[in-house]
Structures are given as structure tokens and as C-alpha cells.
Ligand binder design. Structure first.
Ligand code: PAF
Length: 291
């Protein structure tokens, strides 16, 4: 497995592979890899001949009071996991390589970025779209994979790719869960043992929302109240939101129909956790879907 820290080097590697007729896949990550990331690698190995995994904890997507400094990092472990998963090359730049001068040029979709998580993290998605643009320019992938776990991020990246005419196909991969339903996330390491036991309340809330819809509930407010109730019943969980939104526009819906995002967020101890379910509702038919 190759390891690059410089944009020049990874671009040379990617261009040489393309010239040899190979399709390039990119899995962008912030490292501290878990099985959710490895599922992205597996998905891309079916779509691309060469899989490049980027590891970069992007300061631009963290607000000053957020967890940039203490975000978990372990390059040696990441190297082993990436290699075992069949990654062909890792691109792990430092901050000076990605931001040689203080960032003043941003890529931003203001409407979608202000909704849902953007309400409490107003500069987060601008940081994501800016760094993903830079990764696309550095690596020039044919296809890139993002997890359903960050559904709003996936919706925003797909919109950005369409708007900016990036020649990159976006693949969204279903969330990987612990046996008790907790969505895998690098931030789960912040949970103490009691908080870890409480955290699957987010998944139970989503399942309750889905069950209500499958039983015929079509009032979004009733589904949201049911989801919020499940989280509120868990003393260590401090719910932030429970929403039923249109999956493509991330806006409220008048009735439970069409492509929907059931999204929840809560504080559990020091961690802010998010989770979601994506459903397509057509009359009585309810099917899972993806952003
Ligand atoms: O999902 C993430 O880990 C990050 O937001 C991403 C896409 C790697 C950009 O920093």
C-alpha cells in the first residue's frame, strides 16, 4: 500500500493509474477507521480499480468550541486497517499541505448547509464542501464513497457535484451498526460505559418512527414526537432534534410521503451523536432508500 502526504505525489499516482486505463475510487475520511469506513472501501473495490483512502482531520469543519484537538487519531492503526481492507494508497496530508494559506476560498451551498445540523453547526458543511472539493482536485477520482450515517453531508456533496459539474460519481453506503443498533462513529470513543449503554436510544427512536409510519401514521409531527419520546425516556440522552424531512431538500414535509429522512441528534455525555433512516413512502408501501 502506498502512502502519500503531498498533493503533488497523490495526483501523480492517480493520473498515472488513469493513464493506464484504471478507474480511481476515493474514500474521504478523518481517520480513526472503523468498520463503517471499511464498508466504504469494500463498496468502492467493486466500482474502481484503484482505491485511495484519504485521512485528514479537517480544521475547517470544526467550530472553535468543537472537538478538533481531541478528535481521535491513530495513524498506525489506520495504516494496518487500510492495508488489510485492500486500500491501494493512503493520502494523509497535514494541515499546511491542505491549507498552504489561511482559507478564504470556500465552496458552500448556503441553503442545505443551514438546515438540520447546520442550525447548531453553522460553518460545518462549508468546511466539508471546501475540503471535499480540494480532495477531488488533488486526487481526481472517478467515484467517491460517503456513508449514509452522515446523510446531510451525502445530500450536500451530491448537490455540489451536480452544481459544479465534477466528473465524480457519488456512492452512498448504508450505515454500519453495532449489534445493539448504535451507528459506528469515531466519536463513540467519547462514551463512558453507562453512556454507551444509553446511546442505542437514538436507533430505537428511529425504529419507533419507522414502525409508526409502517402502521399508517402520516402526520410528520406525530412521528417526530414518538421519536423524541424514545430518546427523552433515556436519562443519559439529551435530545437535540427528531425530524421527518424531505430527503433531497432537507425541509419539513406536510405529510409522510415521498423520499424521507428520519433524523435524530442527541448529546450523550461528552459526545454529540446523530443517526438517521432514509425511507421512500408511496401510499401504503414503505421502502428503505439512500440519499
Ligand atoms: O465524513 C467525514 O469523515 C468528513 O466530513 C469528510 C467527508 C472526510 C470531510 O472531512
Amino acid at each position: 500500500m502506498k502512502w502519500f502526504a503531498a498533493v503533488e505525489e497523490v495526483r501523480r499516482f492517480s493520473r498515472a493509474a488513469r493513464q493506464a486505463g484504471r478507474r480511481i475510487g476515493l474514500v474521504p475520511t478523518m481517520g480513526y477507521l472503523h468498520d463503517g469506513h471499511l464498508a466504504l472501501v469494500r463498496a468502492l473495490k467493486a466500482e474502481a480499480d484503484v482505491v485511495i483512502l484519504s485521512i485528514f482531520v479537517n480544521p475547517l469543519q470544526f467550530a472553535p468550541h468543537e472537538d478538533f484537538e481531541r478528535y481521535p487519531r491513530d495513524m498506525e492503526r489506520d495504516r494496518r486497517l487500510a492495508e488489510a481492507a485492500g486500500v491501494d494508497a493512503v493520502f494523509a496530508p497535514d494541515v499546511a499541505e491542505m491549507y498552504p494559506v489561511a482559507a478564504e476560498t470556500y465552496v458552500e451551498i448556503p441553503t442545505l448547509s443551514a438546515r438540520l445540523d447546520g442550525e447548531s453547526r453553522p460553518t460545518h458543511f462549508r468546511g466539508v464542501t471546501t475540503v471535499v472539493t480540494k480532495l477531488f482536485l488533488a486526487i481526481e477520482p472517478d467515484v467517491a464513497a460517503f456513508g449514509q450515517k452522515d446523510a446531510q453531508q451525502a445530500v450536500i456533496i451530491k448537490r455540489m457535484v451536480r452544481e459544479l459539474l465534477f466528473p465524480v460519481r457519488i456512492v452512498v453506503v448504508p450505515t454500519v451498526r453495532e449489534p445493539d443498533g448504535l451507528a459506528l462513529s469515531s466519536r463513540n470513543v467519547y462514551l463512558g460505559p453507562e453512556e454507551r449503554r444509553a446511546a442505542p436510544a437514538l436507533w430505537r427512536a428511529l425504529q419507533t418512527g419507522e414502525a409508526r409510519i409502517r402502521r399508517g401514521e402520516r402526520d410528520p409531527a406525530a412521528v417526530e414526537a414518538a421519536m423524541a419520546g424514545v430518546m427523552a425516556a433515556e436519562p443519559l440522552v439529551r435530545p437535540e432534534y427528531a425530524r421527518v424531512l424531505n430527503l433531497d431538500e432537507l425541509v419539513s414535509v406536510p405529510t409522510v410521503a415521498g423520499r424521507l429522512l428520519l433524523a435524530v441528534a442527541a448529546r450523550v455525555g461528552p459526545a454529540r451523536l446523530i443517526d438517521n433512516l432514509c425511507l421512500e413512502v408511496e401510499g401504503d408501501t414503505v421502502r428503505p432508500t439512500l440519499p
